[in-house]
Ligand binder design. Structure first.
Ligand code: ATP
Length: 345
């Protein structure tokens, strides 16, 4: 297996490729829509038992990759394997073991949340008729939707719709769960609940693939990360390893950044301004040396902490000049069903 390294000089060290079995794998995956290249050369490895965060700015190809993995969209080129089965051709073998929260197919607007789940549960090959109501009520409870279970789907908020989608994914025990932007539309309490559901799934050995454009969310929940940019995976590996890539630094908070920069320049310690103050490069000096240099020069040091490097730097660079999702329209992730295969080139 080839070594995966971080592109563009952010990290000098190659990241270790996964050594164990893979729950999902793509090679040379490509998808075009007319002149738009949505995904290109995507080689993604999702190790079994991992919580892999697929991180990337809006439009970087996360949803398209997930849809190809789930067999919802046929790749223009390349291959995708899910739980050992080639997708989309062997979807019938893979999908019963995979719970997914992705855009569409939508729920019925005039049925209650519970009735929607009862309909979906009836189609689950793993559930016998007598097990269905219990499985539905357990899933509703797990996502905190019991109180609203008998209200019509049409009146649900975006967050409630996300919860119902998650409940559908968790109707039966799965080997793998795929969640496309699961916290979209959720308030902080809802976001915490999703995190704890992901942690529970991980603890019980389920592989989780979760997409997000929020760095903090991925850092809080994932064991592995794949960073997408412009349709391509630019970095992937274990989160801990990615966090350590790049040059180590010390971020110093000080009200006098000009004096701090001058003192560090005098001490031949490379440094640059950052929003919190000054970031000194720790390849040239140790943290105590940086602080001593500043104190000797009479620079007030309010706080000094080690800078996070790899993932943060990489993601900042990727999202530079982009909206970071702030002006992104709220999407109803579950009700817009747009099957797009007809638009293939
Ligand atoms: N059905 C489609 N028809 C045309 N272009 C599409 C279609 N689906 C995706 N694209 C384009 O492919 C690119 C990747 O989109 P995709 O939705 O996969 O990105 P994403 O990373 O999931 O973005 P977001 O975070 O906004 O959901 C974008 O330029 C998008 O406009």
């Amino acid at each position: 297996m080839r070594t995966v390294s971080v592109d563009g000089g952010i990290a000098d060290h190659p990241l270790s490729p996964p050594t164990g079995p893979l729950a999902a794998r793509t090679r040379g995956l490509r998808k075009t829509y007319g002149p738009t290249v949505a995904v290109d050369h995507v080689d993604l490895d999702v190790p079994e038992g991992a919580v892999l965060g697929m991180l990337g700015p809006n439009g970087s190809g996360k949803t398209t990759t997930i849809r190809m993995l789930l067999g919802l969209v046929r790749p223009t080129a390349g291959e995708a394997t899910l739980l050992g089965h080639a997708m989309p051709d062997e979807a019938g073998h893979a999908l019963p073991d995979v719970g997914a929260l992705v855009e569409g197919p939508g729920f019925h607007p005039f049925l209650s949340g519970r009735d929607n789940l009862l309909r979906l549960a009836a189609a689950e090959p793993r559930l016998g008729g007598g097990d269905i109501p219990g499985a539905v009520d357990d899933a509703l409870e797990r996502v905190g939707l019991t109180a609203a279970a008998r209200r019509r789907y049409r009146g649900y908020s975006l967050g409630m719709k996300q919860r119902l989608g998650l409940a559908a994914a968790l109707l039966v025990p799965r080997r793998m769960v795929v969640l496309d932007e699961p916290t979209n539309g959720l308030d902080p309490a809802g976001t915490r609940e999703i995190r704890s559901i992901i942690a529970e799934l991980h603890a019980s050995g389920v592989t989780v693939l979760v997409s997000s454009h929020l760095l903090a969310e991925v850092e809080a929940t994932c064991t592995h990360v794949a960073v997408l940019h412009a349709g391509t995976v630019v970095a992937q590996g274990e989160l801990a390893e990615l966090l350590e890539t790049g040059n180590p630094g010390l971020v110093v908070s000080t009200p006098d950044t000009t004096a701090a920069m001058e003192a560090l320049r005098g001490g031949r310690i490379p440094s640059r301004l950052v929003p919190e103050g000054v970031r000194a490069d720790l390849t040239a000096a140790t943290a105590p040396e940086v602080v001593a240099c500043l104190v000797r020069a009479g620079v007030p040091v309010h706080e000094a902490r080690r800078a996070r490097t790899g993932l943060e730097d990489l993601f900042a660079r990727l999202t530079q000049g982009e909206t970071n999702g702030e002006d992104r329209p709220e999407r109803d992730g579950l009700s817009d069903v747009v099957e797009t295969d007809g638009e293939d080139t």
